[in-house]
Design a protein around this ligand. Structure first.
Ligand code: ME8
Length: 624
């Protein structure tokens, strides 16, 4: 069967982090696994270049949206190279052929009455690129996801007639379950959520924007750009319209979209409806994985705990990262990324179990001056069983289980060496033992390939079987011979000293609590005029790495302020934030720029968090 795997196309708002690397590694493991089994497989990833968020972010960096998107998209491409991601294509929503397909679908939807013109009024969160109803907002009328102020927007807007697709979607979900025995959305818990959402009745959603222009123009309606999610979701289809792939979407292809659970609804409800409305088949499967926290905390720039996969790759190797994230958390469950756990698994499972198996095998061969070639049938130590278990696990979207099955085989190999005592044997008995452990290593090298492609290749090089063919359904069979030259260890052990060094580099150091300063009277305190201020503009100050120039709205006036927060915050994150502002601080020049006031922030000497209000109140409101 032909297979088509995709990741979300990532926003070009920032460079890739742990979460993006995770999804991309997961999808890569599936694509590589199916290729290994000889199935025709395509794998697509890319970037989501459009939308108001990107437009604003680019402006805050003083760049054009396209120029800014180009830089971040390049960082994505480089990162995927580092992680040996074997994608066949990299799509960007600014690719002209993608834009043309979005417009083509739009025309079909409009002709059939699936998009129509109306008015939209609602609360918009730019960070989510999503409208919220009054009810959905969090305490203080802020975005429930970002806790940032939302914007009230009323605009002429096209709508997508999602309401017409309720029963079609319900029937579709039922059909997938009936025909495949598995839910359309995996894991089941996410299917249940989607089903409940659809069963509750679907509303038409806003399908175009008029308040900004960074998007695909709506055909024949100047001033409207296509809603960024309609544009983005279409990527999976538009990529199959590229040269040589005509008809790909119509074929009996297994189309599987991987993503984080937070965007399941877009993929499991909007996307199939969009396709149905265009007379195209829906995808086969949505796989929604869980959410990573880091050392028990939400990952955020403000906390300074965003995990940079490139740094980990440089320190312990890209394949060790791939192995860890795939093995540590069952796909679908939320997970905590613990740096300590990464090192523990590295030493126990990669250096010890797998690395040692190969080292011992090579050492045995070195001490034994015979050619390791045999046609004598010897027991496969469970290799065929491991292959079956990997198949079952991958069919159930459980890569962590596949790795467990492979590790059972690796440990069996180590036990076999212990029990067979090759150092006491000679002649044919010795050849058989050696052949068995070599062959086991060879099988393992193929089984780990989807998960650790570079180390798998290195293993085969060291075994002298780099170009040997592997029969997935007859894994133990091998007619060639093995090489005996000893290579470098696959996974050098990380000793205590290095462990400490790595952990101190990876984990942000907590700031010590300063001792409290002497008491002040209320009179002294009341001389400070604190106000609610809204940050309405933010930019970097050339050659001053720590400083940002802000414009703060105090209701009756605007102030220019220089704030030493550039290490913790990028300018784009600050727009629209309401902070506590000291309004009667004497103006002073900071970094050569006049500053008229001060925003309050936590952290000394380095800022770690900005002050905030837990409910929305207008700029200028007195704070006491
Ligand atoms: O949502 N844990 O892009 P995005 C696990 N452009 N996965 C995480 C994660 C975390 N903490 N953080 C991010 C978008 N991810 C849209 C998608 S698709 C047509 C458009 C991963 O840059 C996860 O895959 O915000 C999540 O779904 C994705 O990054 C969101 O990436």
């Amino acid at each position: 069967m032909r297979r088509y795997f995709t990741t979300p196309i990532y926003y070009v708002s920032d460079v890739p982090h742990l979460g993006h690397a995770y999804t991309t590694v997961v999808a890569d493991a599936f694509a590589r696994y199916h290729r290994l089994r000889g199935e025709a497989t395509r794998y697509l990833t890319g970037t989501d270049d459009h939308g108001q968020k990107i437009e604003r972010m680019a402006a805050a960096h003083g760049k054009s949206p396209k120029g800014y998107a180009d830089e971040i998209a390049a960082a994505y491409r480089t990162t995927w190279q580092t992680f040996a991601i074997a994608n066949d294509d990299f799509i960007r929503t600014t690719d002209p052929d993608h834009e043309a397909v979005v417009q083509e679908l739009w025309r079909v939807w409009e002709k059939n009455g699936d998009v129509y013109l109306g008015h939209y009024e609602g609360w918009y969160c730019v960070a989510c690129e999503q409208y919220y109803t009054e009810k959905e907002l969090a305490v203080g009328s802020v975005c429930p996801v970002h806790q940032k102020p939302v914007e009230k927007i009323k605009e002429e807007s096209f709508f997508f007639r999602l309401s017409a697709y309720q029963s079609k979607l319900q029937e579709f979900y039922d059909r997938v379950l009936r025909e495949t025995g598995r839910p359309f959305v995996e894991p089941q818990i996410r299917m249940n959520e989607v089903r409940a959402f659809v069963d509750a009745g679907l509303n038409d959603f806003s399908a175009s924007r008029t308040n900004f222009s960074w998007g695909v123009p709506v055909p024949d309606h100047p001033g409207h750009v296509v809603y960024v999610w309609l544009d983005a979701l279409t990527n999976y289809y538009s990529a199959t319209r590229r040269e040589g792939l005509q008809g790909f979407w119509d074929d009996a292809v297994d189309i599987v979209h991987f993503m984080g659970k937070e965007i399941t609804r877009f993929h499991a409800v909007y996307w199939p409806a969009m396709l149905m409305a265009a007379g195209l088949r829906p995808p086969s499967k949505i796989v929604a994985h869980g959410w990573w926290t880091v050392d028990g905390e939400k990952m955020s720039k403000t906390r300074g705990n965003v995990v940079d996969p490139n740094r980990l790759a440089a320190d312990v190797g890209a394949d060790a990262f791939r192995y860890f994230v795939l093995r540590e958390v069952p796909l679908g469950a939320d997970g905590d990324f613990s740096h300590q756990a990464l090192l523990t698994r590295y030493n126990a499972e990669l250096a010890n179990d797998l690395g040692n198996l190969l080292n011992r095998t090579k050492a045995l061969a070195e001490r034994t001056p015979i050619e390791i070639r045999t046609s004598v049938p010897v027991a496969d130590l469970g290799a065929a069983q491991a292959v079956r278990e990997v198949d079952e696990a991958m069919a159930a979207y459980a890569p962590s289980k596949a790795l467990e099955a492979i590790w059972k085989l690796v440990r069996r190999g180590n036990e076999f060496i212990d029990q067979a005592s090759p150092w006491k044997k000679e002649g044919q008995a010795l050849v058989e033992i050696l052949w068995t452990v070599f062959n086991l290593c060879r099988v393992v090298s193929h089984l780990v390939e989807p998960f650790m492609p570079e180390k798998a290749r290195e293993m085969r090089l060291q075994l002298g079987v780099a170009s040997a063919r592997f029969e997935w359904n007859d894994p133990w069979r091998f007619d060639g011979s093995f090489a005996k030259d000893k290579g470098a260890p696959l996974f050098p052990r990380i000793d205590e000293e290095r462990k400490k060094e790595l952990l101190s580099r990876w984990m942000p150091t907590p700031t010590p609590t300063p001792t409290l300063t002497p008491l002040v009277s209320y009179d002294e305190f009341s001389r400070f005029d604190f106000r609610v201020g809204e940050i309405v503009a933010a930019e970097r100050i050339p050659k001053k790495d720590k400083l940002l120039k802000l414009s703060v709205d105090l209701g009756s006036e605007r102030r220019q302020v220089v704030a030493g927060i550039a290490v913790a915050y990028g300018p784009e994150e600050l727009l629209g934030r309401r902070v506590i502002f000291l309004a009667n601080l004497k103006p002073a020049k900071i970094g050569g720029v006049v500053s008229e006031g001060m925003i309050l922030a936590a952290g000394d000497p380095d800022v770690v968090a900005l002050s905030a209000l837990d409910r929305s109140c207008p700029p200028g409101t007195k704070v006491r």
